[in-house]
Design a protein around this ligand. Structure first.
Ligand code: 0WK
Ligand code: 0WK
Ligand code: BGC
Ligand code: BGC
Length: 899
């Protein structure tokens, strides 16, 4: 006969010491790294599969959801009602359906048809066949997912081996079977593993739950891993649930030193030899068989049942795992053995009981070892001294074996005493978890749809852009014609620059550059014949907000102060140099050295200037200071200055474009078309002031409510509508208002609006350029959001903010491209050319710093004006140089006029 000692001796290889278990844990940790690492993942035994489950429920989920739960002992169909009025409540109805063995081993199509039949039956019973409900599918097998609702089966496990499924997307197979029936429809939104479902089900009650464990027919675990560690996915921030598929641990031979002949025998007799070797040492599908094979060997070695086996004992699968559970009590042990037609002695029963204990203890301890590896991974990810976490658990072995859970808990706490681990048994199965994941997916899908609907209002079609171009062309004609000039929104202001430098200009010139993001005073020294050698010295001075919006006198006094400081700095006090004044606002000119300000734009609103000649305002200020005198020669718009600066290098430069704080363009128009100026010969530069395009409503059908909000809160409502959809002063504001709208609808920042985000101008346009730069990782977007007081923003929030920025900037660039297409196509028609090539001199912070603005604008231009070959020349020296060159030309012409 055989007593416990003999059994222990006989089965000593199945009793693992803490050291061995710790070694298994370390081995498994290594396997986890292999699975997470891009290069080793393809050959890793433990696949570490991304599940695309990013967040646990946030309490806003609600609705009715169907769930299927396939792969455990029972196939369930469930209806889960999630109520979110105040405290969240969940009601569930479910029905277990049988999956006949021949379907588990038959053709996949029949299997999925059967699933569809069960679903139909369930809907029939509940009388909801006519509803198209969202459905979550718990499919408890190893699957490669690329998104939540697409999942390719890698290999069957447990008792399943249906043909034609491995390598296929199980969602499409299910959709096909449902379609084939044609009598009901569902919206499959998510496929998840049962470990994930269990984690979500338990996470609903305990937000600390970040691990899902199944010890049932099969065994497996999932946990929330840091995105940056999941190398298969290019994301750094946040966490995603990873399905370890630890059942396959050892399939690459890592556990050969621990696997016993019994393990090899059971594997050899299984449906999938060589596969799921770890699972076959642990889970319910194999535990009974392990015991049976041991009893057979011990019997043959005269250690049990007087060495007499029975047909039942020799039959595969005859010793149910359930029997292992009951063996903890002697009485039922005897009953089970008699059930195998054995005639057990009390010793036999005790010995068998001991065998069961050893087998299930090994299972519990092995499970503990791999679980400890997962706990350590999470602790290290959090760099936490002490990890406090919850493990959601389900499965018939864990639930029904009287000692399994206790042994597992005990060994886990022994191996990682520094972790505070709570085991939470799932009461409702993974179906609830699947419904939760579906509810989150549903919420996210609904939110995405709402976001997209709003963002689509800012996406312009080619037809719309062509229409913008057409209307711009129309307004240009109206601006040029004497009759309609007054009413035209695009004023097409003659700028009295008719010729470009011929290289004979020379001398020192002072230039002022006011109206962009910074005020510059420059000294430009031009040497004749030295086109590329104009030397420049400049100083940037700030224009305080209160000066921009104070009185004209204060503003121009401030400008003269800066000039004085500059001359001082240059050691040229008292010098009286010819001055070119870049004044970047709409001015009516009847000659080069006069500029009547029509209206302020951008951030300026100084009083007593509109309607006045800014040259006289400057002269008065110089006179008031009585310190130096200046020879005011020219006032030019920054677009004209930019065209001239670039034209000095490239004579084909006949268009000037500014996309900075404001936006505007100028170009060389045929004198014969400029009805406001006498003469029909040659060309003259026209300052289009296209920023005002739309002030007569030409853009109303392209304007969104965000544009109206930005316009209403600007200091010149109703004015500069085109500019307010394009330029740097406003893009940040458009984004800010979209973010506020999204937040107020709960589509962003969990609906929590920060005070700072309500502040005008807080979302500087420079953020758009930064946020869209490819180099910028999501975390940097988060730090910008933190700066805006949005400290609790998530990854999804960053992704969405980036998208809003790109939609707003793309529209701006396209609108700008459409406007420019109108300009160059007009010039081509002016010159009766089929093909026209021209250079555009361009300046402005937005154009220069935004990573995609220029390319999108150029694409749009190319598309809308295909007969024009346009080269863009970024102005390196600013328009001050251009103003100085125009001054130099004016001086040359004047001095030639005097000879
Ligand atoms: C119940 C879950 C199901 C899972 C099963 C595992 O709802 O998703 O597959 O537990 O335990 P088993 O039924 O295999 O013992
Ligand atoms: C630099 C030019 C200046 C122009 C500015 C526009 O020298 O005349 O006004 O670009 O760009 P912003 O500074 O508004 O971005
Ligand atoms: C499957 C896993 C599943 C586990 C528990 C294993 O055989 O590969 O996907 O989670 O059983 O049901
Ligand atoms: C002004 C233009 C200027 C443009 C770019 C607009 O607000 O009206 O005169 O060219 O900004 O600076």
């Amino acid at each position: 006969t055989c007593n416990i000692k003999n059994v222990d001796k006989y089965l000593q290889t199945l009793q693992l010491s803490d050291e061995t278990l710790m070694d298994v844990s370390i081995r498994f940790r290594r396997e986890m790294d292999k699975g997470l690492c891009r290069d080793t993942n393809p050959t890793a035994a433990v696949r570490m599969l991304p599940t695309f489950v990013l967040s646990t429920p946030d309490g806003t989920e609600q609705g009715e959801f169907l769930a299927l739960d396939l792969g455990g002992a029972n196939f369930r169909v469930l209806l889960v009602k999630v109520m979110a009025d105040g405290e969240q409540k969940v009601e569930m109805e479910n029905q277990i359906y049988d999956i006949p063995e021949h379907l588990m081993r038959g053709s996949g199509t029949e299997l999925f048809d059967h699933i569809a039949d069960c679903l139909a039956n369930f809907l029939e019973k509940l009388g909801i066949k006519d509803k198209k409900l969202p459905l979550g599918f718990t499919f408890s097998f190893p699957c490669q997912q690329t998104k939540l609702d697409e999942s390719v089966l890698l290999s069957w496990t447990k008792a399943f081996k249906s043909s034609g499924v491995e390598g296929k997307d199980v969602v499409s197979l299910l959709r096909k079977s449902i379609k084939k029936r044609g009598d009901f429809d569902v919206d499959i939104l998510a496929v998840i593993n049962d470990t994930v479902g269990t984690m979500m089900t338990c996470g609903y009650d305990d937000h600390l739950c970040e691990i899902g464990l199944i010890v049932g027919t099969g065994t497996n675990a999932c946990y929330m891993e840091q995105m940056r560690n999941i190398e298969l996915l290019d994301a750094d921030e946040g966490r995603m649930c990873v399905n370890t598929e630890w059942g396959a641990f050892g399939d690459d031979g890592t556990l050969e030193d621990l696997r016993t002949d019994i393990d090899r025998e059971i594997d050899a007799g299984s449906l999938n030899p060589g596969k799921q070797l770890f699972e076959k040492m642990i889970s319910g599908m194999y535990m009974g068989e392990l015991v049976r094979l041991i009893l057979v060997r011990m019997t043959r070695e005269q250690l049990l049942f007087q060495a007499k086996t029975t047909a039942e004992l020799l039959t595969t699968g005859s010793f149910k795992t359930m029997s292992v559970f009951v063996h903890e009590c002697l009485a039922s042990a005897e009953k089970v053995l008699r059930g195998l037609n054995l005639d057990p002695s009390v010793e036999d029963c005790i010995a068998t009981q001991r065998v069961c204990q050893i087998v299930s203890t090994r299972a519990a301890h092995l499970c503990a070892a791999t679980l400890v590896a997962v706990l350590r991974q999470i602790r290290d990810n959090k760099a936490a001294e002490k990890l406090r976490t919850t493990i959601g658990v389900d499965g018939s072995v864990y639930k029904n074996h009287p000692e399994f859970s206790r042994r597992l808990h005990k060994m886990v706490r022994r191996l990682v005493p520094d972790c505070d681990v709570r085991f939470l048994q799932s009461q409702c199965g993974s179906g609830k978890g699947a419904a939760m994941v579906t509810a989150v997916a549903y919420r996210l899908a609904a939110q995405n749809a709402e976001r997209q609907r709003i963002l689509d209002t800012m996406c312009l079609s080619r037809e719309q852009l062509l229409e913008v171009k057409r209307r711009m062309s129309e307004e240009m004609v109206r601006g040029l014609s004497k009759q309609t000039h007054e009413q035209a929104s695009v004023k097409m202001l003659p700028a009295y620059v008719r010729s470009t430098p011929d290289g004979t200009e020379h001398g020192d010139f002072l230039a002022l550059d006011l109206g962009g993001s910074s005020f510059r005073v420059l000294l430009v020294q031009v040497q004749s014949g030295q086109r590329h050698k104009a030397k420049m010295q400049q100083k940037i001075y700030s224009i305080p907000q209160e000066t921009m919006q104070g009185t004209g006198e204060e503003l121009f006094d401030h400008i003269v102060d800066c000039i004085a400081a500059f001359l001082e700095y240059m050691g040229m006090k008292g010098a009286s140099l010819p001055l070119g004044f870049t004044f970047s606002f709409p001015c009516h000119q009847s000659r080069l050295d006069q500029g009547i300000l029509l209206k302020w734009t951008k951030g300026f609103k100084a009083s007593g200037c509109e309607g006045h000649d800014v040259i006289l305002l400057l002269k008065d200020a110089v006179r008031r200071r009585q310190e130096f005198d200046l020879n005011f020669v020219a006032v030019v718009n920054d677009t004209v200055g930019t065209m001239m600066t670039c034209g000095y290098e490239d004579p084909k430069c006949e268009v000037g474009l500014i996309v900075g704080t404001g936006t505007n363009a100028c170009y060389m128009e045929e004198m014969s078309n400029i009805e406001l100026v006498e003469g029909n010969e040659g060309r003259m530069s026209i300052n289009m002031e296209w920023g005002a395009f739309g002030d007569n409503g030409e853009l109303d059908d392209f304007c969104t409510r965000f544009d109206h909000i930005v316009d209403d809160s600007s200091n010149n409502p109703g004015k500069q509508r085109y500019e307010k959809m394009i330029s740097g002063m406003y893009l940040g504001e458009i984004v800010r208002n979209v973010l506020i709208d999204f937040t107020s609808k709960g589509l962003l920042f969990r609906g929590k609006l920060s005070e700072r985000l309500k502040t005008w101008g807080i979302f500087a346009t420079k953020f758009l350029s930064q946020i869209e730069s490819d180099r910028l990782a999501m975390r940097q977007i988060r730090s910008i959001l933190q700066h805006l007081g949005l400290t609790s923003s998530t990854i999804d929030d960053s992704v969405l903010v980036k998208e809003v920025c790109s939609v707003v900037a793309r529209r701006a660039a396209q609108l700008c491209g459409a406007g420019l297409a109108a300009v160059v196509d007009r010039m081509r028609e002016n010159r009766n050319l089929n093909q026209f090539s021209v250079t555009v001199g361009v300046d402005g912070t937005l154009y220069k710093t935004h990573p995609h603005f220029s390319s999108i604008m150029q694409e749009t231009l190319q598309d809308l004006a295909p007969q024009c070959q346009v080269t863009f020349q970024k102005s390196e020296d600013g328009s001050g140089k251009g103003a100085a060159l125009i001054t130099a030309v004016a001086c040359r012409i004047k001095s030639e006029g005097q000879h």
